[in-house]
Design a protein around this ligand. Structure first.
Ligand SMILES: [Zn+2]
Ligand SMILES: [Zn+2]
Length: 347
């Protein structure tokens, strides 16, 4: 095979992802080249495919949930050897700003300019990807490429639970049971939550929610939803409520479903401003926390959680070859999103 060129799905704009041969990235000092073995398609990738990319202009190769093998190392890289299996944490950070120096690299002042690997910078929907040597994590042998692509979205929930900052997880409410919500249930369960209540629809997702540790799954259209959440959480509401659906009504459900003094962690991306009951928030001392991606330790914890607990095989709805990423990936994910939990691309 000619290693100077590689197959890649290049994103050019809304509805325009092209499968082409492009030059394999050249290594610079401090970089490694990863041969991608598998990559997950994220909801944010689908949103870019539908609506375009803000604030990072195309063209670039999407894909920020991926694992692979070290194929080459650049000058000055001593921590990685060719052939090592890795899961890549796609965060790009400057390493020098106030936030990076205090261990909050997810808040790096350069975030908007740099984006993530796969969002603004070439990512994992290709045979090879060049990344800074600080990004990969060693992939344990027991963590298969099927599951390793779920580390990144799991880390999102791990970070959210860390921000909630409770010593022993008591009752946890998860609103939304798409990929992120399901993995949040798994992370809460792995974190020792005493009782998990989930809100979400579709029978398969509801079944996965129960398998991952939800004691009860309520439908979002239940007319008594808020009362039911309170009933299912000792008559109090949840200690921690994770919003994982990204809609105004799911945010309101999470806030209403948290107990007095409870923490509401916002994981979903809500694009509009949402009017909220601030008097209720004040009177009940509810804490609303935004949670953006993850830090290195969250990613490491996510690897541990998935290695130990695994996922149900039905979590990966379908595995497709890179060449089919548009016809069997972006198009059906745009037209029938409810039919999928996760689409995985095998390279
Ligand atoms: Zn994502
Ligand atoms: Zn920084």
């Amino acid at each position: 095979m000619d290693h100077r060129r590689m197959r890649a799905a290049v994103f050019h704009g809304p509805g325009d992802v092209r499968l082409t041969d492009v030059p394999t990235p050249k290594l610079r000092e401090g970089d490694v080249l990863v041969r991608v073995t598998a990559a997950g398609i994220c909801g944010s990738d689908v949103n870019r495919y539908r609506y375009g990319s803000q604030p990072w202009p195309p063209p670039f190769i999407m894909g920020h949930e991926f694992c692979g093998e070290i194929a080459d190392v650049g000058a000055g890289v001593s921590e990685w050897k060719v052939g090592e299996q890795v899961v890549v944490q796609p965060t790009l950070s400057c390493g020098a700003c106030f936030y990076c120096r205090s261990g909050h690299e997810n808040l790096c002042v350069e975030f908007v300019r740099r984006g993530l690997t796969g969002s603004g910078t070439d990512g994992g929907f290709a045979e090879y990807v060049r990344v800074p040597a600080y990004q990969p994590h060693a992939c344990p042998a027991e963590l298969t490429p099927e599951i390793a692509t779920l580390v990144e979205p799991t880390a999102v929930s791990v970070h959210g639970l860390r921000l909630a900052d409770v010593d022993t997880l008591d009752t946890v409410l998860v609103v939304g049971i798409g990929n992120i919500g399901l993995l949040a249930i798994l992370a809460a369960h792995a974190g020792g939550a005493r009782r998990i209540v989930a809100v979400g629809k579709y029978p398969l997702r509801q079944e996965l929610a129960r398998r991952y540790g939800a004691a009860v799954v309520l439908g979002p259209d239940d007319p008594r939803l808020r009362e039911r959440i309170v009933e299912e959480t000792d008559g109090l509401g949840a200690e921690v409520a994770l919003e994982a659906a990204g809609t105004p009504s799911s945010l309101r459900t999470a806030i209403a479903g948290a107990r007095k003094g409870g923490r509401i962690v916002v994981l979903g991306v809500i694009r509009e401003e949402v009017p909220l009951d601030y008097r209720g928030i004040l009177m009940n001392e509810k804490h609303i926390l935004g949670s953006i991606i993850y830090q290195r330790r969250d990613f490491a914890d996510a690897i541990e959680i998935l290695t130990r607990w695994g996922v149900d095989p039905r979590h990966i709805t379908v595995t497709i070859p890179l060449d089919d990423i548009v016809t069997r990936g972006f198009v059906p994910l745009t037209e029938r999103p409810a039919d999928f939990v996760k689409v995985r691309v095998a390279t």
